[in-house]
Design a protein around this ligand. Structure first.
Ligand code: PLP
Length: 363
């Protein structure tokens, strides 16, 4: 008997099977309209109802108050790297960018094109060669930054910064690879953004959760109108045609999350999956993870083989065992198992079983 396929890809990532089946079922005939949701006007009453429900469900999932606008936008997280500094930086102010990996570094680099950036490297290596996030007291911070940008989960390195970030400035978080996987207090943030393709839906949409009062600090005079957050909020993210099919799939994911028990349940599952895999990786030296325990990601777990000459064989055999998407990012090498909300614990069990079998054969 062959395993079901488990997809560990970092993004675009696996979606819940029940969601995919629902989408398949109603692909050609949505809500008995005789046409697909892909083929309907975003201004129709039916689509507007979908949009409203999706937003209400996301508010419920993350307990988001009316002080915040929720936007469903094009352009990916990478566009936010520009849209944010374009809206908030000028010749006289500065932004603080905490750098703990590839994505936070890219955000800082892009922001520098628009204004003054204080990029603070916050990762160091301990005596055992493990990378960790340094104490916030040691960071050389800005005096009065327009905002502090950080990435609570670095998808490529697998580094997590849990809890509330110490900051006196408005905090902006790139939550592309961790949103909806753990309880957060949205009130701790001026703005949160997340590309859909990790934990929300297929690629093509970015969710922005932004405090309405924060609009007052923004300047939209030099940005394209579709990049005007306040205007997007006013127009229900429909200044132009939104990514309707991704939005629809996101709405199915939100419903699925609510049925499953919401974000608290997702957090418990994420902890269970991650603990299981890390404890297997730590058991001996054949596999290893280079991150200090307190900063290990629950979503993206990189691991390397002691003998990297076996990498190709590992990936080939894993693929043959229906365990796909395990190749590490080209900048890190080795393997990476992404365990987003849609990953059942059985997927982790299957991976561990495969890893143990591989070790027996090739150690
Ligand atoms: C994937 C990812 C991005 C890039 O997202 P795009 O939608 O491709 O622009 C940015 N930040 C983080 C943390 C990511 O995981």
């Amino acid at each position: 008997m062959t395993n079901p396929t488990y997809n560990f890809c970092a993004g675009p990532a696996a979606l819940p099977k029940a969601v995919m089946e629902k989408a398949q079922q109603e692909l050609l005939n949505w809500r008995n309209l005789g046409i697909s949701v892909m083929e309907i006007s975003h201004r129709s009453a039916e689509y507007q109802a979908l949009a409203t429900t999706a937003e209400a469900n996301l508010r419920k999932l993350l307990n988001i108050s009316d002080d915040y606008a929720i936007l469903f936008l094009h352009g990916g997280a990478t566009l936010q790297f520009s849209n944010i500094p374009m809206s908030l930086l000028n010749a006289t102010n500065e932004a603080e960018y905490l750098s703990n990996g590839m994505w936070s570094g890219k955000a800082a680099k892009e922001a520098r094109r628009y204004g003054n950036v204080n990029e603070i490297e916050i990762v160091a290596t301990d005596s055992e060669g493990r990378r960790f996030v340094t104490d916030s007291g040691s960071w050389s911070r800005s005096d009065n930054p327009a905002y502090t940008h950080y990435t609570p989960n670095e998808t490529i390195e697998g580094i997590r910064i849990g809890g509330k970030l110490p900051a006196n400035s408005p905090v902006i978080a790139d939550m592309s690879s961790c949103i909806l996987s753990e309880n957060i207090d949205v009130n701790d943030y001026a703005m949160i953004y997340a590309g859909a393709q990790k934990n929300i839906g297929p690629a093509g949409m970015t969710i922005v959760i932004v405090k309405k009062a924060f609009f007052e600090q923004m300047n939209f005079s030099q940005v394209p109108r579709v990049f005007n957050y306040q205007e997007q909020a006013k127009q229900g993210s429909m200044i132009n045609t939104p990514p309707t099919y991704t939005w629809y799939l996101a709405s199915l994911v939100f419903e699925w999350l609510l049925e499953q028990g919401g974000v608290a349940e997702m957090e418990q599952r994420a902890i269970a999956r991650a603990e299981k895999l890390y404890s297997y990786i730590d058991a001996d030296d054949f596999y290893s993870n280079p991150i200090a325990i307190k900063n290990r990601s629950r979503m993206n777990i990189p691991f390397i083989l002691a003998d990297n000459g076996l990498d190709g064989l590992f990936l080939e055999k894993a693929q043959a065992a229906n365990l796909v998407g395990l190749k590490g990012h080209r900048s890190v090498g080795g393997m990476r198992a992404s365990l987003y909300n849609s990953m059942p614990l059985e997927g982790v069990d299957a991976l561990i079983e495969f890893m143990a079998d591989f070790k027996r054969k090739y150690a």
